[in-house]
Design a protein around this ligand. Structure first.
Ligand code: PMV
Length: 321
């Protein structure tokens, strides 16, 4: 019983930071994202009677400890649903560096959920896959549906899942990811979410979320790139303000992260429209229209400390391959 799935990472324009339910990973606020075409995980799950224990291989290397246990716990959820008890071999690979601000857990748990459910003999719909992926790793639920996505918060686990707002070809925008660091981060996003409440700005941030969601959805609907960019850049700064003012404080930026911000502002001053957003890591995502992508990619590549710049278009969600 074997299946392989591929799932994209996603970049949130309106972000999820802080949980309403810690264990079930129900977010404190809704979020809006786009799936990324060049940063994805491919995962094969093989359930077989010959396996005595679950094993997990990432980039060809056996993974043990907490990281592997999280994967095996997710397999348990699927085994329970499928009412079977076979052990599995999980083999996974990413097209991008792990734990560096590109959400490897999002693409990872989305691909794992789809591959494991199919390998276990289940045929789940997008909603159920999204809920399961969410329990594995919050933002992974947004990597299940296609293109531009909304993940709604809810008081009930069965109501907090992601849906597609627009298909990938809806809008010719892209995400240029400037890689400035590839080291595993000290504080994972799972630990970070729990610290959010300790920031004096967290409540204010949560109060502002419904308005931001409305604004970004309207800008998406109208394909109003200026409004879209202004909202998403301010939103990233708002989330990082909460991170930096939590107790203990979380600073994910590197000097090169700030250098890229300065380049983005300078490009805008010169009439080249682009806006930045940053997740829980030092790498910085620059959002622009396709027509400007090549020029901006070249400009970002020249910034001191930038190792490479990955170009991503809006992408479909998780797929069996
Ligand atoms: O899903 P997690 O636990 O990796 O959290 C993701 C948090 C951010 O990437 C910082 C924001 C987001 O909405 O993607």
């Amino acid at each position: 019983m074997k299946a392989t799935a591929q799932a994209p990472s996603n970049i949130a324009f309106i972000k999820y930071w802080g949980k309403r339910d810690e264990k079930l990973r129900i977010p404190a606020n809704s979020s809006i994202s786009m799936n990324l075409s060049n940063t994805y995980t491919t995962t094969t799950v093989d359930f077989d009677t010959s396996y005595k224990v679950d094993t997990f291989f990432l980039e060809g290397k056996r993974v043990t400890g907490e990281e592997a246990l999280r994967v095996f716990k997710h397999l348990d959820r699927l085994r329970n649903l499928a009412k079977m008890n076979l052990r599995a071999k999980v083999t996974s690979s990413n097209t991008f560096p792990k734990a560096s601000g590109i959400a490897s857990s999002a693409s990872g748990f989305a691909a794992l959920t789809l591959a494991a459910s199919r390998a276990a003999g289940l045929t789940l719909n997008t909603k159920d896959l999204s809920i399961l992926a969410r329990i594995g790793s919050g933002s992974a639920c947004r990597s299940i549906p296609d293109g531009f996505v909304e993940w709604k918060t809810a008081s009930d686990s069965n109501k907090s899942y992601a849906v597609s707002l627009h298909p990938p070809d809806y809008w010719a925008i892209c995400d240029l990811v400037a890689i400035v660091g590839t080291k595993t981060k000290k504080v994972s996003s799972s630990e970070g979410h729990a610290l959010a409440e300790s920031s004096p700005f967290y409540k204010t941030r949560l109060q502002s979320m419904p308005k931001k969601i409305r604004e970004i959805k309207t800008a998406l609907k109208k394909r109003d790139f200026t409004k879209f960019g202004e909202v998403l850049e301010a939103e990233a700064v708002s989330m990082h303000t909460v991170m930096m003012t939590s107790n203990p404080p979380l600073f994910y930026w590197l000097p090169a992260t700030l250098k890229v911000m300065q380049e983005v502002w300078s490009l805008r001053d010169r009439g080249v429209e682009c806006y930045f957003t940053i997740d829980a890591g030092p790498n910085i995502h620059v959002i622009c229209e396709f027509k400007n992508a090549k020029g901006i990619q070249t400009a970002l590549s020249k910034v001191k400390g930038v190792k490479s710049v990955l170009l991503n278009k809006p992408a479909p969600g998780a797929r069996l391959i």
